[in-house]
Every structure is written in structure tokens, then in C-alpha cells.
Design a protein around this ligand. Structure first.
Ligand code: C5P
Length: 238
């Protein structure tokens, strides 16, 4: 099947095929952090992100949350529906960490009274800033779409937090994205992986996610492999 490169990002390449309704997301072993100021790469990162995303989208679908996911094509590639993306990054948090700790002066690990949803503007040049609804209206994103984003974020959290808890992992926070299909239906998109979630081992507090890279903790390959094992019970889901 002929493939046309549509987009090359930090951690993946997206291809169009002769089926106009779908895209191929090929995950790379490369990573960047702090808006591409820090770069790195580790073995099997792409495989983990593709395989874990496939497993999580399948689990969410089984729990009533439709997404762009169609199938896993090979170890590092997933096939998705082609969507028109909202310029929104939906972050959901259960414990304070990262930018929320900085925003509110909270110690990392403080449990929040209730999950907090944040809507950020997907814009690399601006560093994906946290916006309010007034800003999004100005950008042409409707209140209805923002409401969908917030509700979807909380629903996904309600399904994934217990899923990871049963596997000995605290879901500290995560980021998802939302897009609209050809029928106008909004749905979950992007990926669900240690690149886009904070995962802490419930017993030891060990970081099992991209913070190992962001914070120079080392052990990225082992942490990603451990998350894949906890989710799929084996090194690969296919
Ligand atoms: O950095 P911050 O604390 O705002 O990140 C919150 C969550 O969103 C983390 O799980 C992080 O991995 C994810 N995130 C992301 N992509 C971004 C910003 C944050 O996946 N551009």
C-alpha cells in the first residue's frame, strides 16, 4: 500500500494511505521534552507507545468510549480514523505533579480533592499554554466542544485510574486529544502511553513514565518495558 508522509513529529510519523478515511501512526524511539529543547532516544519506546495505546483504546472502546483507533498494524504502528483535530490538549489530574505543582505551589504527590481537568492550547510555538473558555471562544472553539473535552477527560480517567490501580500503578495525570470524524462525531484521539501519562508505582512511588527522561533519572527503557508488561502481561500485545 503506498504511503505518503503527512507529518513528522517528535515521537511519531503520520502517513496517509490510499484509503482516505484512515491514517497510519508510526511511533519512533525518539523523544523530546521541554518543547524540543531536550532530545533523546531509547530502545522499544515506539513499540511500547504503539502497543500500549492499542491496548488502552481497545479497553476504553469496550467500556463505551469510542476513539480513532482502528487496529495495530505492526509492533510500532497503529491505524486510526482520520479526524479533524480540535486545537486542545485535555489534561486530567488525580495527584499534583509537574505544571500543576508549579501553578498552585502544591507538593508533588498531593492527592487532589477531585480530579482536575485542564484545557491547553495545542500550539508548540506558544508552549501549549493553559487557557480558559474565553480564550478558546476567541480561537473559535465552541463551548459545546469544550464541554465534550472535559466530560471525555473525566470519563477516561474514571475508566483508566482503576485499570492501572489494579496493576499496581497510580495514574497521576494524563493528556488526551479530541477530533471530529467525517460524520461530525467528536471522539478520543492521539495516544495513551508513558509519553502522555504520569504513572507511579503504587508501592515504591517509582516513576514509570517520560518523567524519567525529562528529569534525567535514567532507566527509561526499563520503565517503559515495565508499563507494557503491567498493561498487556507480556512484552508485546501482538
Ligand atoms: O507538564 P504537565 O504537568 O502539565 O503534564 C501533565 C500531563 O500531561 C503529563 O502526564 C504529561 O505527560 C502530559 N502532557 C503531554 N503533552 C504535553 C503536555 C503534557 O502528554 N504537551
Amino acid at each position: 500500500m503506498p504511503e505518503t508522509l503527512l507529518y513528522e513529529g517528535k515521537a511519531k510519523r503520520v502517513f496517509a494511505t490510499d484509503d482516505e478515511a484512515v491514517l497510519l501512526h508510526r511511533y519512533k524511539d525518539d523523544a523530546t521534552a521541554y518543547n524540543a529543547q531536550k532530545r533523546g532516544s531509547w530502545k522499544d519506546k515506539g513499540r511500547t507507545n504503539a502497543t500500549m495505546s492499542a491496548a488502552m483504546f481497545t479497553y476504553l472502546e469496550a467500556n463505551g468510549v469510542p476513539s480513532h483507533f482502528v487496529e495495530q498494524v505492526d509492533e510500532t504502528t497503529i491505524k486510526t480514523k482520520k479526524l479533524t483535530m480540535l486545537p486542545v490538549e485535555v489534561v486530567v489530574r488525580n495527584l499534583a505533579a509537574g505544571s500543576l505543582s508549579r501553578l498552585l505551589g502544591f507538593e508533588e504527590g498531593r492527592r487532589l480533592k477531585a480530579p482536575i481537568v485542564e484545557l491547553c492550547y495545542k500550539n508548540d510555538a506558544l508552549g501549549d499554554p493553559l487557557l480558559n473558555w474565553h480564550h478558546f471562544r476567541e480561537l473559535g472553539v465552541s463551548d459545546e466542544d469544550l464541554e465534550f473535552c472535559e466530560e471525555l477527560g473525566l470519563r477516561v480517567n474514571g475508566i483508566l485510574a482503576p485499570f492501572f490501580d489494579e496493576r499496581g500503578v497510580t495514574l497521576v495525570d494524563f493528556k488526551i486529544e479530541v477530533g471530529r470524524d467525517a460524520d461530525g462525531q467528536l471522539m478520543l484521539a492521539d495516544e495513551i502511553s508513558p509519553d502522555t501519562c504520569r504513572f507511579w508505582d503504587k508501592e515504591t512511588g517509582e516513576r514509570l513514565d517520560k518523567d524519567r527522561f525529562r528529569r534525567d533519572l535514567g532507566g527509561m527503557e526499563e520503565a517503559y518495558a515495565e508499563m507494557l508488561r503491567r498493561v498487556t502481561g507480556r512484552p508485546s500485545a501482538i
